[in-house]
Design a protein around this ligand. Structure first.
Ligand code: CAA
Length: 290
């Protein structure tokens, strides 16, 4: 698509807010949609915080930061996405709410607008099938934290058209990312490998009777990981990881995909990692819980 100008982001949780931050930093007019003003306001505050940190660290000019924050408009009304060139969905990882949203977006958005899902473990094809124009539905899977992780998987669903696929690729490049092309298979590329690997790591905790901090040190120092598996599970969210594991297990039926009981118990107890203040580690500092 010539001249991407305006992008919508639906769902401004940790991933959606990170994606919206990338969009405003890239100079795109960005419409962020949340279900309440309060949640939208919280996301804008999060984005403003991280951009302010960049100013404090000398990697962004104050005027650029202010202009970027200005480029984000908030709404609770999906109709405000009507003029967007691309809409990126980052709502709850449940198939039916996503399908309902895409059916609604199809009615609201311009016929040439690209509709992208940030789903990490659901089928983009099944989401696209809720619309009568599946050729414009594509996966754009960002990694957590979205502003820092270079990769975006550009996922071709069964009926994705070449034009929308290339537009999603073009947008990822505009956002400063390193996109890879792949087809719509369970877990795409990274999660197909990373989810069973993290599950193995958690099982090793019990089997080798090793402490989380020692397992993390082992994987950082012995395998070159930037952060250990327990730190990573806390960052991603224990609930998010368990949910993604369950979704992949349901599709692939490989035992390694199934979430380890220890993680399920943590999820059930509300030990969700950074966002709840407690997971494998404790996060007392409000900044660590962002
Ligand atoms: N959003 C925006 N900005 C952020 C941020 C966030 N969530 N988190 C941190 N920042 C900013 C902060 O301002 C921070 O600086 P200050 O702390 O001084 O304010 C700055 O970025 C640098 O942060 P760090 O010092 O923490 O950066 P780092 O060099 O330690 O790297 C990291 C952090 C990139 C997360 C690195 O540890 C890493 O690569 N970890 C592995 C992450 C990973 O594997 N992610 C994939 C998860 S799997 C997934 O996402 C798939 C899925 O579908 C669930």
């Amino acid at each position: 698509m010539a001249g991407l100008r305006k992008v919508g982001v639906v769902g401004l949780g940790a991933m959606g807010a990170g994606i919206a931050q990338l969009c405003v930093e890239a100079g795109l007019e960005t419409v962020g949609r949340e279900v309440s003003d309060e949640l939208g306001g919280r996301a804008k505050e999060r984005i403003a915080h991280f951009l302010t940190r960049k100013v404090e660290k000398g990697t962004l000019e104050q005027a650029e930061r202010d202009a970027a924050v200005e480029r984000l408009s908030l709404t609770t009304d999906l109709a405000a996405l009507a003029g967007c060139d691309v809409v990126i969905e980052a709502i709850v990882e449940e198939l039916e709410p996503k399908r309902a949203l895409f059916a609604e977006l199809e009615r609201i958005c311009r016929a040439d607008a690209v509709l992208a899902s940030n789903t990490s473990a659901l089928s983009v094809t099944e989401i696209a099938a809720a619309t009568s124009s599946p050729e414009r539905v594509v996966g754009m899977h960002f990694f957590n934290p979205a502003p820092l992780m270079p990769l975006v998987e550009i996922v071709r669903a069964e009926l994705t058209g070449d034009g929308p696929f290339e537009t999603a690729l073009e947008l990822a490049v505009l956002l400063g990312k390193t996109p890879v092309r792949c087809h719509d298979t369970p877990g795409f590329v990274v999660n197909r490998v990373l989810i069973p690997l993290l599950n193995d790591c958690i099982r090793v905790l019990d089997e080798a009777r090793v402490k989380p901090e020692d397992l993390d040190a082992a994987m950082r120092n012995g395998a070159g990981w930037p952060m250990g598996p327990c730190e990573l599970a806390d960052l991603v969210g224990i609930d998010v990881h368990v949910h993604a594991s369950e979704a992949l297990y349901a599709k692939l039926r490989e035992p390694r995909m199934a979430p380890p009981p220890r993680l399920v118990a943590m999820r059930n107890a509300g030990l969700l990692g950074r966002k709840s203040g407690r997971g494998f580690y404790t996060y007392d500092d409000a900044a660590q819980r962002r």
